[in-house]
Design a binder for this molecule. Structure first.
Ligand code: NAD
Length: 274
């Protein structure tokens, strides 16, 4: 009944719940959010949306210039809405700094989006160890970020964590098998944390989109003809739809341990056949 969006829920538990009771929506206004990989792409679009809805945001990223520009864009003369913190998510002390800054600047953390991610074509086939970097950024930082998120959110009676996976978790991205593996792992990890909602009032969900026009896809296209062909074949999901999915994962209090996939199911089925 809630699902007027162009998504479907993978987790049957939510569908059962949705059919029997009404949805409560968590207010975003006055909440404090941390967004990793928040200087560009999904992260920047999400930070803008969260601030528009009245939240205050800590932007964690290694891209200093874009992060600082976004901080300036989002702040007003008499109101601090956003703070950029240089953070390499593979450095767990940097990750901890995001939480300390949120605590000291805005008084706590209500929302965490473990969103930073990279994709490297042929990271597995070229016999180098480049694949380890993909695992460190796309998976290990999500695990550590979630651990810290739980620790800080418990102090304030709960919160929401939203991780970023990818359609490639389900539909093979043959040029980047490690990328696909990390995204599948993030989904399994997220689903396994669903009971935290009962024990600690912390909901952990994951958004799993298909291709979207960001630096990541542009760089992949420039490096791989095969990837370019896939984009031409399947097209791009508008970034606003992805941000709507994040907002739904944050706000809908029935979603815990759930996966929101985009685009809608019928298009994914077409992808599966090819
Ligand atoms: P993007 O390249 O536009 O943004 C990624 C951000 O992460 C950048 O600001 C980058 O500086 C930052 N980053 C990279 N390494 C980092 C590190 N070690 N520490 C901190 N920040 C780091 O890409 P995007 O498309 O917005 O990707 C965001 C997330 O969405 C990623 O997890 C990606 O795997 C996922 N995703 C993207 C697509 C797509 O088609 N664009 C589809 C599905 C999932």
């Amino acid at each position: 009944m809630v699902i007027e969006f162009l998504f479907f829920y993978q987790h049957s538990k939510s569908q059962k719940k949705n059919s029997t009771c009404s949805t409560k929506i968590m207010q975003i206004k006055d909440k404090v959010a941390i967004v990793t990989g928040g200087a560009n792409g999904f992260g920047a679009a999400l930070a803008r949306r969260l601030v528009r809805e009245g939240a205050r945001v800590i932007i964690g990223d290694i891209d200093k210039k874009s992060g600082q520009n976004l901080e300036t864009e989002l702040n007003q003369i008499n109101k601090i809405n956003a703070k950029f913190v240089f953070c390499d998510v593979t450095n767990f002390e940097h990750l901890r700094q995001l939480f300390e800054t949120a605590q000291n600047t805005f008084g706590g953390v209500d929302i965490l989006c473990n969103n930073a991610g990279i994709a490297q074509p042929n990271e597995f086939y070229d016999q180098t160890d480049r694949w380890k970097k993909t695992i460190d950024i796309n998976l290990n930082s999500v695990i550590k970020g979630t651990q810290l998120g739980i620790q800080f959110m418990k102090k304030h009676g709960g919160g929401v964590i939203v991780n970023t996976a990818s359609m490639s978790a389900f539909y093979p991205l043959t040029i980047a098998p490690i990328y696909s593996a990390t995204k599948r792992a993030v989904i399994g990890f997220t689903q396994s944390l669903r009971d935290l909602n009962d024990t600690d009032k912390i909901r952990v969900n994951v958004v799993s989109p298909a291709f979207v026009d960001t630096n990541l896809t542009r760089e992949m296209m420039a490096k791989s003809e095969l990837f370019e062909q896939m984009i031409k074949k399947f097209g791009l999901v508008p970034i606003d739809e992805v941000i709507n999915a994040f907002i739904m994962a944050i706000q809908d209090d029935k979603l815990a341990g759930d996966t929101i996939m985009l685009p809608k199911a019928n298009r994914l089925k077409i992808m599966q056949k090819s």
